[in-house]
Design a binder for this molecule. Structure first.
Ligand code: UDP
Ligand code: LCN
Length: 801
């Protein structure tokens, strides 16, 4: 049981002392006549109740606290079952009876059971559903307790590692010694050779090396010092010159004497252990040009390509500092699509521009007869191919790299699953990046999974997610809210803590947001492309003409609307034309807000103007909706709709051109996991209004570096944007204030350089953690293997029947 005792007791007391109002409150929920209630519905019902004379008495009572914290309610004839989240990450479950005036805490499985009954209506055998509980496997592992620690796993782990490892009379030092002896690059031994075989000899070798290095000029290179240091037991990797080698050795001596989290992190972050990385991203069209906007192909591709460039630079820098002449290698592994539709997706190998040694490796999917699958497959349909794909990838990757990679990064549910399979087989540190977890995007996608199965196959996807989250050594997150939400909303990972898919399985402990594997490492926006509009020396002026034409020129097959008044500021939006991006929502708000129409024109870059050019059902519908809105509200003189995908450098210049016009960027999504366009716009100094659901809520500080808008309250959002534009018209300093705030925010928090350095540090610290806890993970590993074989594999295979 997890609810605070004090809260529960105050609730029970209130139930017996004020039966009347309690009864009233609970009946209010029963009277809604729905078996399942969401948080908003419970809160609205409570707010209505508080307007009545009797209801008012509930304000400030434990019942109010309970209902405000309720995330979900199951309503049965006489009973109510509530999922209550009193604080971020802290859940408890209650059952209440308004006739008996009874309240008690119940286990999560009981709450989920009553949820299942809403769907399965007392189906025979429903109570024997498979229950997944991963908590027992994690008992031996450290767990955080403070909500502010969530997403800062590595800091916590360093504290734990440094105290735990070293308090155990010398065991920690031995582990560290063993760890230093495992490093090698190809045939070359790094760090320590056999001459150092115990902690005492390590200490004495370090002291001798210190004496040897003391009189030597600071810039003496490793090569010159190598014969003497080798004789003491040291191999390359300690540093490029005498100064660095000495300070690194001193750091180790300090750690052996009395470790601190800070010194341990500094030490681990410089160990030469990552020379090659495999980045898995199987689905979609993965290429360097002409792929964005195709189905399933958006920010993830941009993210990975920028990430690779930044990682290669960071790896190169650190290898240089370590004194190693090694060329780091990065392979982005994706799917080879023979019917590539003019893209490079049918090329096995493609060098990545802006890198020295990073490449895309494409491996085809094979069907059950071993034949190559020629066509593109949606991310919702690829599950049956992944296991075989992972085998093929393993083979081809070994050929390309000549060895196993030192570190594997998965992307999205499919890439994370393949990363799990590979990491388990190769014994390599695994990192996951979700980009977006599908479960939270669709209401009741778990509970009503059967209804969605034909289109989405969430049974496979959520099973894959659960396995991958639990095999990963660490998970990186773009924002805190991705892990644990906010005081008001549930985080994407948090939503995988407990849920049920009736008839399939019930998860009572899937993942814990207090697990130190979570780390916030936010991406950036390519600084070569998205730089401030004021940086005139770098501006790509040759695009000026093309941009003018695009914004104000004639209409045509891929553009609709010609702006009447070209002097007005421009509101700009750019996204894939998916329903969740809510571009049509923005067009509607704009149309219906006189004030906003008066203040600005709207420029939309999304989808295709010609519906026949769309190959995607959802996009097709949205295109028709765009035309309907343009017709209904006579928008052709006020909205410029460009149905095209813009090249990255052109898009960068377009954001700046909109800034020249003192316009603003709008990101109106119903939910946005992170939102690269938001940081891109902000990096150019363009004031940005973005959804308050998802990453943008955290990226933007409201009214400082941009503005939040609620996509469910369009009229209010439109008035907010109009109000800003009016203020800017009256006082240009207002526009400047937000523009400067946006630039400051991204340079402080969202840069690829900061990202890459952090990720490299994490890979080493978790690599060490993986090494020292390897044996203790066996139980979990075997359990997940069984879950994979008995649950995932048959579900995936059934998709081909
Ligand atoms: N993008 C682009 N040209 C376009 C539309 C989008 O280059 O015409 C890029 C955009 O600049 C951003 C990415 O596609 O880098 C979209 O990423 P975001 O995270 O905003 O959304 P996603 O598509 O991943 O949901
Ligand atoms: C997927 C999404 O939905 C976006 O919100 C992210 O910005 C993108 O991936 C990159 O992580």
């Amino acid at each position: 049981m997890t609810l605070e005792r004090e809260f529960l007791e105050s609730l029970q007391r209130y139930f017996s002392e004020d039966r009347n109002t309690t009864h009233l409150a609970l009946h209010q929920l029963h009277d809604l006549g729905k078996p399942l209630l969401l948080r908003g519905e419970v809160q609205d019902a409570f707010a209505r109740l508080c307007e009545s004379t009797n209801g008012k008495r509930l304000v400030g009572t434990p019942v109010e606290r309970m209902l405000q914290a309720t995330q979900e309610a199951v309503v049965d004839t006489d009973w109510l079952y509530l999922a209550v989240r009193l604080r971020v990450g802290h859940w408890g479950y209650l059952r209440l009876n308004s006739n008996l005036m009874f309240v008690e805490e119940i286990p999560v499985s009981e709450f989920l059971y009553f949820k299942e009954r809403v769907v399965d209506h007392h189906e025979v055998g429903a109570e024997y559903i498979l229950e997944i509980d991963l908590e027992p496997f994690l008992r031996g592992f450290p767990k955080m307790h403070e909500t502010r620690s969530i997403g800062r796993g590595v800091e916590f782990l360093n504290r734990r590692l440094s105290s735990q490892l070293f308090e155990d009379s010398g065991k920690g030092n031995r582990l560290l010694l063993d760890f230093l002896r495992v490093h090698r690059y190809q045939q070359q031994t790094l760090m320590l050779n056999e001459a150092v075989d115990n902690v005492d000899s390590l200490r004495s070798a370090l002291r001798q090396a210190d004496e040897l290095l003391m009189p030597v000029p600071a810039d003496t290179p490793w090569e010159k010092l190598a014969p003497d240091l080798r004789a003491l037991g040291f191999e390359p990797g300690w540093g490029k010159d005498a100064e660095r080698i000495r300070s690194y050795m001193e750091l180790l001596l300090d750690i052996l004497e009395a470790p601190s989290p800070y010194s341990l992190e500094r030490f681990l972050q410089n160990i030469p252990m990552i020379f090659s990385i495999a980045i898995l991203s199987p689905h979609g069209w993965f290429g360097q040009s002409d792929v964005l906007g195709r189905p399933d192909t958006g920010g993830q591709v941009v993210y990975i390509l920028d990430q690779v460039r930044a990682l290669e630079r960071a790896m190169r820098r650190s290898l240089l500092e370590q004194g190693l002449d090694i060329d780091p290698r990065i392979l982005v592994v994706t799917r080879l699509i023979p019917e590539a539709d003019g893209t490079s997706c049918d090329q096995r190998i493609e060098p990545i521009a802006g890198t020295r040694n990073a490449r895309i490796l494409r491996v085809p999917f094979l069907d059950s007869n071993g034949q190559v699958v020629p066509h593109w497959i949606s991310r919702f349909e690829i599950w049956p191919y992944l296991e075989r794909f992972s085998r093929e990838v393993e083979r081809e990757m070994l050929v390309e790299l000549g060895d196993r990679p030192d570190f594997i990064i998965g992307n999205y549910s499919d890439g994370n699953l393949v990363a799990s399979l590979l990491s388990q087989r190769l014994g390599v540190t695994q990192c996951n990046i979700a980009h977006a977890l599908e479960k939270t995007k669709y209401l009741y996608s778990d509970l009503y999974w059967r209804e969605n199965e034909e289109h989405y196959h969430f049974s496979c996807q959520f099973t894959a997610d659960l396995i991958a989250m639990n095999t990963a050594d660490f998970i990186i997150n773009s924002t805190y809210q991705e892990i644990a939400g906010t005081g008001d909303s549930v985080g994407q990972y948090e939503a995988h803590g407990a849920y049920t898919m009736p008839g399939l399985y019930r998860v009572v402990h899937g993942i814990d947001v207090f697990d130190p594997k979570f780390n916030i490492v936010s991406p950036g926006a390519d600084e070569e492309i998205y730089f401030p509009y004021t940086d005139s020396d770098r501006r790509l002026v040759h695009y000026d003409e093309e941009i003018r034409e695009l914004l104000f020129g004639a209409d045509g097959s891929d553009r609709r609307g010609v702006l009447f008044d070209t002097d007005k500021p421009l509101l700009f939006t750019m996204a894939r034309l998916d329903k969740i991006k809510n571009i049509t929502g923005l067009v509607r708000w704009y149309s219906e807000c006189r004030e906003l129409r008066d203040e600005a024109n709207l420029v939309v870059v999304a989808g295709h103007v010609d519906p026949d050019r769309s190959s995607n059902e959802e996009e097709y519908e949205q295109i028709l909706e765009m035309h309907r809105l343009m017709d209904e509200y006579r928008l052709d003189g006020h909205v410029r709709w460009l149905g095209m995908y813009l090249d990255k450098s052109f898009a960068g210049e377009l954001y700046r051109a909109i800034a020249d016009f003192r316009g603003a960027f709008v990101q109106p999504a119903l939910f946005e996991a992170f939102g690269l366009t938001v940081i891109e716009a902000m990096s150019t100094g363009l004031p940005t209004f973005a959804t308050s659901f998802g990453g943008p809520l955290e990226i933007i500080e409201d009214d400082v570096s941009g503005f939040h808008i609620n996509p469910n309250h369009g009229a209010e959002a439109a008035r907010r944007i109009a109000g800003f534009l009016v203020r800017c018209r009256e006082d240009p300093a207002e526009w400047q204030r937000i523009s400067t705030g946006a630039l400051a925010r991204v340079s402080a928090r969202y840069t690829w350089k900061g990202y890459a350095e952090r990720l490299m540090t994490l890979s080493r610290v978790y690599g060490f953690w993986h090494y020292v806890t390897d044996l203790e993970r066996d139980e979990l590993r075997r359990y997940l293997e069984m879950f994979y074989s008995l649950q995932y594999r048959p579900l995936a295979r059934a998709m081909l029947d």
